[in-house]
Design a protein around this ligand. Structure first.
Ligand code: BES
Ligand code: MN
Ligand code: ZN
Length: 526
């Protein structure tokens, strides 16, 4: 879907459907919605007032009204903004996503939208995270929401024959998407706004497109998304350097923990290092590390079928890092030097697999007793963290990983866990998440949890917490590989990386969680 900007009166705009909005509980519309209402002889006000049981203007609620030839557009899509007192970024994004999905169901190709929020005056937008209702911000949120809401994973749907189309007619799931929308035009009444809208649109587009790219990678199956696939994607990026360590180099560098996980599979593992350098002097150096287990069977500590079913998503951290590097390499105006490290392999049972109880030496020199081969994420990440710090000595180090089921138990699919060595860094990442519409909740790394890492025969054990504080235990393990005084944050995204309920801006499946937070975090450093 292309998103464009035009100046004019939306009620006259040449599109198949036009999107307007409604504040919850409002008796009359304002601004562009009012001009559409007027062009329709007051139809909106009449219909919406007589149908309060159908449409109240609640956030994300939609109502489609045919225009019967009174406008160029065949349909008016009214989307609820929710209550004005609380109108914030999430509302603007969600309203936009919901409206786009309603248009998708209409099977139209050309749609136009007013700029949600622009008809409300600034003071109405208090609670919007401090930001005012600048056209730039509103356009960014509109574009983000539209792209996120329009997303559908279509890569593995077979080419449709006329026959199969007939069969699937009326199937709600199929109708939900593939949406087929070609163009969304943001129609602004004033020419002075166009520049700011373009600017916001550029940012929103970057954020939406790359979140959707990460979603594609997470949604796609493990027989397509292999470590080699991720390597190929990384090498295809323009505007960044890409170094790839293969299995031989991983071994030679002494990454015994990474090697132990990778050796059970026939798919070759890689440690990918991407680097983005700003054209001028860098204000800061950041290293991002992503867990890229393209399939996690558990290894010989095999997962039961129900837990294994979704383990193609165990590379969601890697997808977020890769998509973020792609976004900044294309957008270019970031003053921060960013390194992306992706440790990618499969975790499989085989005659070559590691056995529970094996002891290995990690790149840092620490020895690890692997009592559970299913706690593989921390094993590949500990070596990737050591390598990332040795190579780049970053000011700030972040890792993203679908690390523990315990984090899903603790926070559900609603929020990621975040923990680390610097409250300042953690707070900034959480604030970026807030701006981005992604929740991160801090979990502790108390000294007492150190006891979880105790092994009788090695320096550390990879799974020692036995039903207690599993996410913090994972964090403590990783912390043992982070240099003293390094600002480091670990994001356990096991919950929100994959969702099963359908929220307008987050369709079920892979969510691309982390891309938006990372982008806001990085651009906030600018
Ligand atoms: N990839 C899983 C964690 C996971 C679980 C991600 C559910 C997404 C949804 C990870 O490798 C794992 O298996 N963790 C173990 C750790 C345990 C053995 C210490 C877990 O959570 O059970
Ligand atoms: Mn595992
Ligand atoms: Zn895993």
């Amino acid at each position: 879907m292309q998103i464009e900007v035009a100046q004019g009166d939306i009620s006259q705009f040449k599109a198949e459907a036009i999107i307007v909005n409604w504040v919850e509980g409002a008796a009359t519309p304002a601004g562009a919605t009012a001009s559409v209402d007027k062009a329709l002889g007051g139809l909106l006000t009449r219909e919406l007032q007589t149908l309060p049981q159908v449409f109240k203007g609640k956030l994300g609620e939609t109502c489609v009204l045919p225009t019967y030839g009174q406008l160029v557009a065949r349909y008016v899509v009214v989307v609820g903004l929710g209550s004005v007192e609380a109108l914030n970024a999430l509302q603007l994004r969600r309203a936009s996503a919901a409206a786009i999905r309603a248009c998708g169901k209409l099977k139209v190709k050309q749609v136009a939208s007013l700029l949600h929020g622009s008809d409300l005056n600034g003071s109405d937008l208090q609670g919007a995270g401090g930001a005012e209702n600048s056209p730039e911000r509103l356009a960014r949120l509109l574009a983000e929401g539209a792209l996120l809401g329009d997303y559908q994973f279509m890569l593995r749907k077979g080419k449709k024959t006329a026959e199969s189309q007939k069969e699937s007619a009326g199937n709600e799931d199929e109708e939900l998407g593939g949406h087929g929308l070609e163009t969304l035009t943001i129609v602004a009444p004033q020419a002075e706004q166009l520049k700011a809208i373009e600017l916001g649109l550029g940012l929103g587009r970057m954020i939406g497109v790359h979140t959707n790219l990460a979603r594609d990678w997470v949604n796609d199956s493990a027989n397509y998304v292999t470590p080699t696939f991720l390597k190929t994607q990384a090498q295809a990026l323009q505007g960044v350097t890409c170094e790839v360590l293969d299995f031989d180099q991983i071994r030679k560098l002494g990454m015994g923990a990474f090697e132990l996980v990778a050796k059970g599979s026939d798919e070759p593992p890689y440690l990918i290092h991407l680097c983005y350098k700003p054209s001028g002097k860098a204000s800061k150096k950041v290293a991002l590390v992503g867990k890229g287990v393209t399939f996690d069977s558990g290894g010989l500590s095999l997962k039961p079928p129900a837990s294994m079913e979704l383990m193609k998503m165990d590379m969601a951290g890697a997808a977020a890092v890769l998509a973020t590097l792609k976004a900044i390499s294309e957008f270019k105006n970031l003053d921060v030097e960013v390194h992306g490290f992706i440790a990618t392999c499969e975790n499989m049972p085989s005659a070559r697999s590691s056995k529970p109880g094996d002891v290995v030496t990690a790149m840092s020199g620490k020895t690890i007793e692997v009592n559970n081969t299913d706690a593989e994420g921390r094993l590949i990440l500990c070596d990737a963290l050591t390598y990332a710090q040795q190579q780049t000595d970053p000011d700030e180090l972040l890792d993203l990983a679908t690390l523990t089921g315990a984090c899903v138990t603790a926070l559900g699919k609603v929020a990621a866990g975040i923990m680390g060595t610097s409250d300042d860094l953690i707070n900034r990442v959480r604030a970026a998440g807030e701006q981005a519409g992604e929740k991160l909740w801090q979990l502790p790394l108390y000294e007492e949890y150190q006891s979880f890492l105790k092994s009788d025969i090695a320096d550390l054990i990879n799974s020692g917490s036995k039903g207690q504080a599993g996410s913090s235990a994972g964090g403590m393990f990783l912390k043992a590989f982070v240099d003293k005084n390094r600002a480091w944050a670990h994001l356990d995204i096991a919950g929100p990386a994959w969702v099963t309920s359908d929220v307008p801006e987050t369709p079920k499946g892979g969510t691309g969680f982390g891309v938006r937070t990372l982008l806001y975090y990085l651009y906030n450093l600018n």
